[in-house]
Design a protein around this ligand. Structure first.
Ligand SMILES: Cc1ncc(COP(=O)(O)O)c(C=O)c1O
Length: 334
């Protein structure tokens, strides 16, 4: 047994306060309990083990990846456990906690200024270029196009949820960063039961909402969320079977995050708060349509402690004109 065996098999828990408001069962899969504290440990483990099996990653080589954070932490853990050095290229505008964690977990960190994807200095291209220039030295994980990412969720996350709910799920909800979670889970659930509704939630500043509604990538605004939102069609996302898409504001996710922290002791990271905010919104819509008591499953992707300087900082929220007061909820039952 190694730390790799501690990845996955996470609990599925209910958020009692929200279930009560919406007359529903609103549940989160506790991916924050993975050794690296996020859902990306599963993708890291799957991509590394499968690359070893395929002979792409050999002893003596290093692992390289461009990532906004959590995949880097996952790869650092899996790399250390299996004896590979890990290099992570990351934009320098992410929460500082994540930069420190990547180094703490044992990866070498290279930060680059944030820039549009088309710019060759983008963190994705920087990692790709380093791998292409030294193919004997690096195996590039490439979480966006490497389908072993979504397989982690097809083979483990979704089957666990299926077992934990006895297959009684009405809605599956998730945001997308690489599309791995959405790709793998929705494929599994639709194969099991096409009646399960699969909903994508997109933050402002991401192009997925517009892409699904109108067939082209276009983004409006920006968001405090990290690790989610895409501006191009990537292989893992292409695997997803999506019934509908919603775009939510930062204020909606901030309100939900602070509400469940206060009422349930559940401290969501920003992408998880977005997930839960959509579960609540749809559950309330269903309740209004006289369709209560459905089961909503979504992801607790990482913990709020990774967002202390953003989602849980009053100073930061004020600078973005966001409010953590719970007034939002006062109108919900009207
Ligand atoms: C905090 C967080 N939530 C959600 C996701 C999205 O997961 P996926 O890459 O499987 O779409 C990520 C991805 O990096 C993440 O870091």
């Amino acid at each position: 047994m190694s730390v790799l065996n501690a990845i996955g098999n996470t609990p599925l828990i209910e958020i009692p306060s929200l279930s009560k408001i919406a007359d529903a069962k609103i549940m989160v899969k506790c991916e924050n309990l993975n050794p690296g504290g996020s859902i990306k440990d599963r993708a890291a483990k799957s991509m590394v083990l499968k690359a070893m099996e395929k002979g792409l990653l050999k002893k003596g080589m290093g692992i390289i990846e461009g990532t906004a954070g959590n995949t880097g932490i996952g790869l650092a853990i899996v790399g250390r456990a299996l004896g590979f050095d890990v290099t992570i290229v990351m934009p320098n505008n992410q929460a500082k906690e994540k930069e420190r964690l990547i180094e703490f977990f044992g990866a070498k960190l290279i930060t680059v200024p944030p820039c549009p994807f088309a710019d060759q200095n983008h963190f994705y291209h920087t990692a790709r270029r380093m791998a292409e220039e030294s193919p004997q030295k690096y195996w590039w994980a490439n979480q966006f196009e490497n389908l072993d990412n979504h397989l982690a969720h097809y083979e483990t996350t979704a089957p666990e949820i299926w077992q934990q709910t006895d297959g009684k799920i009405d809605f599956f909800i998730s945001a997308s960063g690489s599309g791995g979670t959405m790709g793998g889970c929705t494929k599994f659930f639709k194969e099991k039961n096409p009646q399960i509704k699969t909903l994508l939630v997109d933050p402002e500043g991401s192009g997925l909402y517009h892409f699904i509604k109108h067939g082209e990538f276009k983004a409006v605004g920006s968001s405090l969320t990290e690790g989610i939102g895409i501006m191009r069609l990537v292989a893992n996302f292409k695997e997803a079977k999506i019934d509908d898409v919603y775009s939510l504001t930062d204020q909606e996710l901030v309100s939900v995050a602070h509400y469940v922290r206060f009422h349930d002791g559940i401290t969501l990271g920003s992408s998880s708060a977005l997930n839960v905010a959509l579960a609540l919104k749809v559950a309330l819509e269903e309740k209004k349509k006289n369709n209560p008591y459905k089961t909503y499953v979504t992801m607790w992707c990482d913990g709020g402690e990774r967002s202390l300087s953003k989602l849980y900082s009053e100073e930061f929220l004020a600078s973005k004109n966001l409010s953590s007061d719970l007034a939002f909820f006062e109108n919900l039952n009207k």
